[in-house]
Design a protein around this ligand. Structure first.
Ligand code: FAD
Length: 509
């Protein structure tokens, strides 16, 4: 009997799953997840990603059982698995969601398309986000996003299940895949059940803190939705999250305006989710190269391993930066502002090229989503050519968002002994004061690697000098046409940044 394969990727759910729904309309389906060793050997892969994936697969397995299906988890490289399956039990069609992943998944999808053509297998691909394949420019992009999120969510289909024609051993361990041992102790766990419960607690309760709570690293862990890993692995569909949020806004009483503002701002971020992924979809090279190629050579040849190692070890000497690294190591998550600050510190005073910094952070962020990640890295490093330089001063950020030092003292125990007067610049304590409070700068807490003001000024001058060159300016229009946002839904504010094509990403309310 002819059957279809549904190839699950980062879309680990059965609800609102276009590939599964349409394959089921056609007849029996084999539900396949393929653990690809080559993908897990990539430098952006991490053990925590694999653990989250396995947890999500467990939920998916149970969900598929409930609707008559059976998840088959196979290990190997996709064309080889397809070949083996096709020889033993030929199939007529392959169903999957489009994926905007890293360079390897891009090349792998081209190979799968080739394989399908050669074997006369029809490959049906569906958009799972408001991201458009083969987009010409951004003029109608917002309309498309609205159309995507506004469609009816697809129901869970009843499945006629097909089994694998061979016995497959259990998936490999992280160790067998060669993944480093480290996983954050307090990371979020995978699966649709948990994703739905995080969504529920956000919509019904925590969204009340979104307004005003998302910038400080103290309030952000509960004020932010914390949905990012569930969206990145597709445990929840973007459309269902947007629709549930809109429904919640509609149900709020008239005096719920603070909550409404928070929920509307949250929807803008779901829009940005796709806006940024679209950049990588339209320009896969931005994972490796400067979006504006006129910036090539800006930092690449000045690599400073000592700066990089100090950053990774949380020993830059700026307490807020080092505390963020400690929190990231423990939780796999940081809020937007702290992520932007980390990259800004790396790119400006420490003058580090964004690519190795981005690879390190890709492994640290549980929610690593290549399209958002690499676009953001370049934006914060100032290499897109279209965004005004945004440089975050880690001392000012600490004064604004952790004025009492609760955050830095939580994550850097030695800071608990530093008197309030020296909280933001502990390296200025004299040896006498250090001795009195029992903290040695350079030992218990790091000494800044560079003079922040001087290093930042020099870095900005280099970027501005390049930016001012006529040929660099001239190349900007093409990038704006291809990548810049035209309008953000729900935004009434205009700003210089917006006019230059930059979204304001963590505006205060
Ligand atoms: C250098 C850098 C790297 C980043 N890398 C990632 C990444 O790999 N994966 C990722 O999901 N987000 C990334 N972000 C964006 C943002 O920081 C996270 O989405 C957010 O902190 C996740 O927490 P949340 O789900 O509670 O966010 P919320 O504020 O509740 O936002 C809800 C959702 O909207 C989307 N979103 C929020 N902010 C942004 C943004 N600025 N750009 C695009 N989409 C956004 C995410 O899908 C997020 O889950 C990055 C930001 C920076 C500055």
């Amino acid at each position: 009997m002819p059957y279809s394969i549904v190839w699950f990727k980062r879309d680990l759910r059965v609800y609102d799953h276009a590939a599964l729904y349409y394959a089921a309309q056609r007849g029996p389906v084999l539900c396949l997840y393929i653990v690809e060793p080559s993908l897990w050997a990539e430098p952006d892969a991490a053990n925590q990603h694999y653990q989250f994936l396995l947890e999500s697969l467990r939920d998916l397995y149970a969900e598929l059982r409930r609707c008559g299906g059976q998840l088959q988890v196979v290990t190997g490289e996709i064309p080889i698995i397809l070949d083996r399956l096709f020889k033993q039990a030929p199939f007529a069609a392959l169903y999957a969601h489009e994926e905007t992943g890293n360079g390897l998944t891009f090349r792998r999808d081209l190979a799968v398309a080739r394989w399908c053509r050669e074997h006369a297998v029809v490959w049906h691909e569906f958009a799972q986000f408001g991201v458009v394949r083969r987009l010409k420019n951004r003029n109608l992009w917002q309309k498309n996003w609205e159309a995507h999120v506004g469609c009816r969510c697809l129901p869970i289909p009843n499945l006629q299940s097909v089994q694998l024609p061979w016995h497959e051993p259990p998936p490999p361990t992280a160790e067998q895949l060669g993944l480093a041992q480290y996983t954050p102790n307090n990371r979020q766990h995978g699966g649709r059940r948990l994703g739905l419960s995080v969504l529920h607690s956000f919509l019904t309760d925590r969204s009340g803190q979104y307004r005003g709570g998302i910038s400080s690293p103290l309030s952000a862990p509960t004020a932010c939705s914390r949905l990012s890993p569930y969206l990145a692995y597709g445990c929840l569909s973007l459309r269902e999250v947007v629709q549930a949020t809109r429904q919640q806004i509609a149900n709020l009483p008239l005096d719920g305006s603070r909550r409404k503002q928070g929920l509307n701002a949250f929807i803008s971020r779901l829009y940005w989710h796709c806006h940024f992924i679209q950049k990588l979809e339209s320009e896969p090279e931005l994972e490796y190269f400067n979006l504006h190629r006129g910036y090539d050579g800006l930092r690449e040849n000045d690599w400073n391993q000592i700066h990089f190692e100090a950053l990774v070890a949380g020993r830059t000497g700026w307490p807020l930066v080092d505390a963020c690294v400690a929190m990231l190591n423990d939780t796999g998550w940081l809020n937007f502002r702290m992520r932007a600050m980390l990259v800004s510190v790396a790119a400006y005073p420490l003058w580090l090229h964004w690519r190795p910094v981005g690879l390190w952070l890709a492994g640290q962020f549980l929610d690593y989503e290549p399209g958002i990640h690499w676009s953001q890295l370049q934006m914060q490093a100032g290499t897109t050519g279209i965004n005004a330089a945004r440089v975050y001063n880690p001392i000012k950020q600490a004064q604004d968002h952790d004025p009492q030092g609760h955050f830095v003292r939580r994550w850097l125990p030695a800071m608990r002994r530093v008197p309030d007067a020296w909280l933001f610049e502990p390296w200025l304590m004299t040896p006498d004061i250090q001795a009195r409070c029992g903290v040695q700068v350079g030992m218990d807490i790091a000494e800044p690697l560079v003079d922040l003001a001087i290093a930042t000024r020099q870095a900005k001058a280099k970027v501005h000098a390049l930016r001012a060159q006529p040929d660099i300016k001239a190349a900007k229009a093409t990038i704006v046409d291809k990548h810049a946002s035209r309008k953000r839904p729900g935004s009434k504010r205009r700003s210089k940044a917006k006019e230059s094509g930059q979204l304001e990403l963590d505006f205060e309310f």
